[in-house]
Design a protein around this ligand. Structure first.
Ligand SMILES: N[C@@H](CCC(=O)N[C@@H](CS)C(=O)NCC(=O)O)C(=O)O
Length: 205
């Protein structure tokens, strides 16, 4: 398979970069300069009409949205390495649930908090009451991870897997936006294990 990965450091492309490393997927990397607007060039919009990184091109076919790319990488490279459950394994249902939840439910709340608090956002869009409401919602959601991690060392089970690589990086992003994980001891231990994984650590440093 010939894979080209369009990325930018410290962006939504980072979890895909660490998954490619963790899964040892041979690929070519193309770094886009977002500040220079390279993502809006017509040839890139042909690959991703949304004009964003990450974007992956697999044997000439483009795909976009980080969570879709990550789940596809799990299907194609993770199963044989024991990092992603096989399609007929009931654990696949949990893997799809947690990873989609991390991006869609938890991740969108992190996005709302970012909007409500980021000084770079126009003041009319910022909102202390929205920030407070969303912080409470995020703490409730971290509690779900805390419960799950009280039952198993990793979300993947007893061993680290792609579910952990994906979910931990959304939590790491939430910390950057001002979410505290300190009231969740199981989660804190898990997060430290994940962030010290070379495939994650090297992309975040
Ligand atoms: N939902 C998308 C978000 C991608 C995204 O927002 N990427 C940003 C970098 S963090 C980007 O490429 N921004 C360029 C732009 O909006 O012009 C995903 O998860 O892939």
């Amino acid at each position: 398979m010939e894979i080209t990965f369009y990325c930018t450091p410290m962006s939504s492309a980072v979890p895909v970069a660490s998954a490619l490393t963790e899964l040892k997927v041979p690929h070519r990397r193309v770094t886009l300069d977002l500040a220079a607007g390279e993502q809006r060039r017509p040839e890139f919009l042909e690959l991703n009409p949304n004009g964003k990184v990450p974007t992956l091109v697999v044997d000439g076919t483009p795909m976009f949205e980080a969570i879709a790319i990550l789940q596809w990488l799990g299907d194609h490279y993770g199963v044989e390495q024991g990092l992603w459950p096989a399609a007929d394994d009931p654990a696949r249902l949990r893997a799809l649930s947690w990873t989609t939840w991390a991006y869609v439910s938890f991740g969108s709340a992190v996005g709302r908090l970012h909007l409500a608090t980021n000084p770079a956002v126009p003041e009319s869009l910022r909102s202390p009451s929205m920030a407070e409401h969303t912080q409470a919602e995020l703490q409730r959601m971290l509690g779900l991870l805390e419960d799950q991690l009280g039952r198993s060392t990793y979300l993947s089970g007893s061993e680290f897997g792609l579910v952990d690589l994906i979910s931990s990086q959304v939590v790491m992003w939430s910390e950057m936006v001002g979410v505290s994980t300190k009231d969740h001891p199981n989660l804190t231990v898990w997060l430290d294990r994940c962030r010290n994984r070379p495939s994650i650590r090297d992309e975040w440093s």
